[in-house]
Design a binder for this molecule. Structure first.
Ligand code: THU
Length: 129
């Protein structure tokens, strides 16, 4: 799948976000090493810390379908009123590190797509050898 198509998948997932508490809709879409595509959205909970970020939802779903290596993950948030650069939170960066995400596509508030590596977003990350 092309990068722009993956970003559109992430935007589509963000439209399905369950985020009544923050009103901040985030979507993620990833391509696994076998070419399969998985999406996720943030899913909030009345007990706030129970909520799941979009990236975690997508990665955990992919892993449950047998994925162990992720090539590219795109993140997007879609609410113009609060539009931010969709940089993954620290916890999601660590979740991505577990499955060696090679490329991370971050959509910015101005609509630009920035490509990053995990080395850029989470240097000196924790691993068990
Ligand atoms: N959120 C994500 O889905 N991904 C991130 O990387 C950062 C934050 C969600 C969590 C919560 O539902 C909302 O955005 C506001 O923090």
């Amino acid at each position: 799948m092309r990068d722009d198509e993956l970003v559109e998948e992430a935007r589509g997932a963000a439209r399905r976000s369950y985020s009544p508490y923050s009103g901040f809709r985030v979507g993620a879409a990833l391509v696994a090493d076998d070419g399969r595509v998985f999406v996720g959205a943030n899913v909030e909970n009345a007990a706030y810390p129970v909520s799941s970020c979009a990236e975690a939802t997508a990665v955990n779903f992919a892993v449950a379908q047998g994925v162990r290596k992720i090539e590219t993950l795109a993140v997007a948030c879609i609410d113009a009123a609060t539009l931010e650069d969709a940089y993954p939170c620290g916890r999601c960066r660590q979740i991505m590190a577990e499955f060696d995400v090679e490329r991370i596509l971050v959509t910015t508030g101005s609509g630009e797509v920035r490509e990053h590596t995990l080395d850029e977003l989470l240097p000196h990350r924790f691993r068990l050898r």
